[in-house]
Unconditional design. Structure first.
Length: 257
């Protein structure tokens, strides 16, 4: 990733530290914004478009860093977050990682080391793209991304534009559990501004159209208390194949005797 396109948010009430960090990362080409209290930090963190990296202090006025971190993750924000704090005890570190922090750096710190940690997080959060494809096949379902169409056993499946967007998102994140907050941000472009039951209704309608048995879904699994997961790997005895020449990813399933 080129630093010129990297948006950083620094949430720290220490004006001197924030100013020094901002100056340092701007010299490296980052686009840096700042927040000096917890409410402002939470507001900026959950706005669209999302930041690429966040530096977050724990001891903040109006809302502490742990609360900001927890609410940010509940809102579906997946941006890498580095905790910056004078609190060096193990309990605080474990609490931060349990709440969804990606790294924990205690003050005082060496700024070049912090920059290296930021760079490593950005690399991990932006892996090389997989081989692109125009169509995706699993079981009797065939999805064409170019024409925005889907078929089951050769018959057209009438999907709404929103249902197709959700299906595409599931396929692109297959094998991973995605929260309702993540779906809201990615598909609706908002952060918890509508009922999450709206998502459940759309997923239920999608299952009725693509699942062999909507009451016992095979492709779109519910992860209770979190969200959904679209299957990634075929079951035992099945095989997966991708043809890079025609851009088709296929999961082949043997017939049941």
């Amino acid at each position: 990733m080129k630093n010129a396109s990297t948006r950083m948010l620094i949430v720290d009430s220490d004006v001197r530290i924030s100013a020094n960090l901002r100056k340092f990362f701007e010299r490296k080409g980052y686009v840096v914004n700042g927040a000096w209290d917890g409410e402002q930090g939470l507001h900026l963190l959950t706005r669209m478009p999302a930041y690429d990296i966040v530096l977050l202090e724990i001891a903040m006025p109006r809302r502490n860093g742990f609360d900001i971190l927890r609410k940010t993750r509940l809102a579906g924000v997946t941006t890498p977050i580095v905790m910056l704090t004078f609190r060096a005890n193990a309990d605080d570190k474990l609490r931060a990682f349990d709440a969804g922090a990606d790294d924990y750096v205690t003050k005082p710190f060496h700024i070049e080391e912090l920059a290296a940690r930021v760079k490593a997080l950005l690399r991990r959060s932006n892996p090389p793209a997989e081989q692109p494809w125009d169509t995706y096949e699993v079981g009797d379902l065939h999805v064409n991304f170019s024409s925005h169409t889907a078929h089951r056993d050769g018959d057209a499946v009438q999907l709404t534009a929103r249902e197709f967007d959700i299906l595409r998102y599931f396929i692109e994140h297959r094998g991973r559990t995605v929260s309702r907050g993540q779906i809201l941000r990615s598909i609706w472009g908002i952060s918890l501004d509508i009922s999450t039951r709206t998502i459940d209704r759309h997923v239920s309608a999608l299952r009725k159209k693509i699942e062999p048995d909507p009451d016992d879904p095979v492709w779109i699994k519910t992860v209770y208390g979190v969200g959904y997961r679209f299957i990634k790997r075929p079951r035992h005895g099945e095989n997966a194949k991708q043809n890079p020449e025609n851009g088709v990813l296929t999961l082949n399933y043997p017939e049941t005797p």
